[in-house]
Every structure is written in C-alpha cells, then in structure tokens.
Design a protein around this ligand. Sequence first.
Ligand code: SAM
Ligand code: GLN
Length: 281
Amino acid sequence: MNSNKTFFEAQQWAFSFIEKQGLESSAADMLLYGEMGFSTTEFLMHLRQPMPQKNWEHFQNNVKLYCQGWPAQYLLGSAYFYGLKLTVTQATLIPRPETEELVDWVISGNENTSKKVADIGTGTGAIGLALKSELSTWNVTLTDISKEALKVAHRNASDLNLNVTLRQGDLLEPLNDGPYDIIISNPPYISQDEKKNMDCSVLLHEPQSALFAAENGLAFYRQIAEQIPQYIHANSKLYLEIGYTQGKSVVGLFKRAFPQAEVTLKRDITAHDRMVRVIFK
Ligand code: SAM
Ligand code: GLN
C-alpha cells in the first residue's frame, strides 16, 4: 500500500523536522536512501512517486529517533567505510572517516608484496576488510576481544566475499601464528576525563568498551608495546590510530620501548595528530 507522500515530500518533511531541532539535515537523505536501498540516481528517478506506507512509517520513526540522538548508521544497520557497505550494530563502533586515512597510509607504503597482516580490535572489520578488498593477496587476520563485534566482522567478511581469518582474544594474544609483517590497530583511546566533552549520541549509543581506555587513554598503546616483540620480525611495521592530543605520548612510549625503531607521527586532513607508524629495526 502506498502512502499519500511522494519521496520528494517525504524528504522535505524530514529536512524541516530535523532542522527544527537544530540538527544536521543531511541525515534526512541518508535515512531516506537507506530506507529504500536507493542510490542518489534511483532516488531522483522516484522523486514524484508515492512512498510505500510501511517505509514512510518506518522512515518517520527513524527521523524522530535520529533527533533523539540515535546515530543514523545504527538506525539503518549499516555504514560506509572505504567504499564498502558494512553492517554495524551497537556491539561495534561506527567506523570513522579519519580511520580511512589510516588505511590509506598502510596501503601507500606497502602495496607491492603479499603480506601477513593483522587488524587488532577490528569492530565491524572496517580496517582489515578495506585492506583485503584493496590488496587481495594479503593474508589478513581480524581480532577483537568482543564476540559480538567479531560476529559482525564475520558477517561483513562473508557479505563482501572477502577471505580473512577471524580470531577472538585480548590484544595481540590471538596472533600466535606469527610473525606478522604489519599490525594495525584503532584501539579504544578516550580517557574517562573526556566524557564531559563527548557528543551524547556517541556516549549513549556506542559501546563503551570500544571507546575508553585507562591510563589517560594510553593503556592499549602501552600493552601493545610490551607484547609486540614476540609477534613481529626485524622489519615489521605497526600502524596505530591515536587521539589528537596523544601524539607526543604515543611517540615517546614507542621510542623509549624501541630506541632503534623509526617512529612517525601523522596528521589527519583536519590537521590533528591522528596516526603513528613504528618501523621496527
Ligand atoms: N577497528 C574498528 C574501527 O576502526 O572502526 C573498531 C575500533 S574501536 C575504537 C576498538 C575495538 O577494540 C572495539 O571493537 C573493541 O571491542 C576492541 N577491543 C577493546 N579492548 C580490546 C582488547 N583488549 N583486545 C582486543 N580488542 C579490544
Ligand atoms: N575517534 C572515535 C571518537 O572520537 C574514538 C575511537 C577510539 O577510541 N579509537 O569517538
């Protein structure tokens, strides 16, 4: 059964509903296209057609939930990362655009030979699956301590037909089939003190176990530095996403632990310190 709203009218309704709440109205398109599985072109082709009643009701409900602080990606159950459509649930962090820059950095320095690679704390599988989709000869392992997150990563790997290994466990522990050439991680790195500055939609809906870390947000970097020698070889590389205030601390931590290593800090496109690479020697 059709509603009495065309897709155009539904879009206009959502724009004004969201704007009235003082929120970013571009979410209207994301929720509408996601509701129907439309590309932009498909949406334009359907503009003057009536929206099915069921979708109209579901869409209105999602727009209202979005205005109450629900991230649009959880409402749709999916998010885009590095051109891949990934399933997301509340067991997984919604992959962030800055993490795509970490993937770029890994790819740009290492395209040529096949590599044994691990993505630690994979969540939806975003980093590891993006790498496997770009560099099909790589042998990629995805790990997470959360069984629920790993189920989502497994589903994404099979939906995208990407052949990767999945392992559950604490930090580097699952990598007992090493040594690994490249280890990548976007671990939890937010300090509890930062809670007061955080967006409610992140705090209320995203998994705390994906966000917060002890020791001013540095605990996972310290543990990785301690554990990593047994999982790597002489020229292995480690790539980490970091919080924008953590550059100095993380670089210092790895320089102290590995005085011979080459440790590089990199900014994201908004000019914030965002990534660290360690080339072991
Ligand atoms: N890699 C994904 C991304 O970039 O979108 C998710 C990153 S999220 C910030 C951190 C992930 O690390 C979460 O999925 C969380 O479950 C996982 N995690 C937390 N503690 C862990 C631990 N001790 N060992 C392995 N994974 C852990
Ligand atoms: N960048 C994410 C945020 O700001 C946090 C990711 C993380 O802790 N690794 O919410």
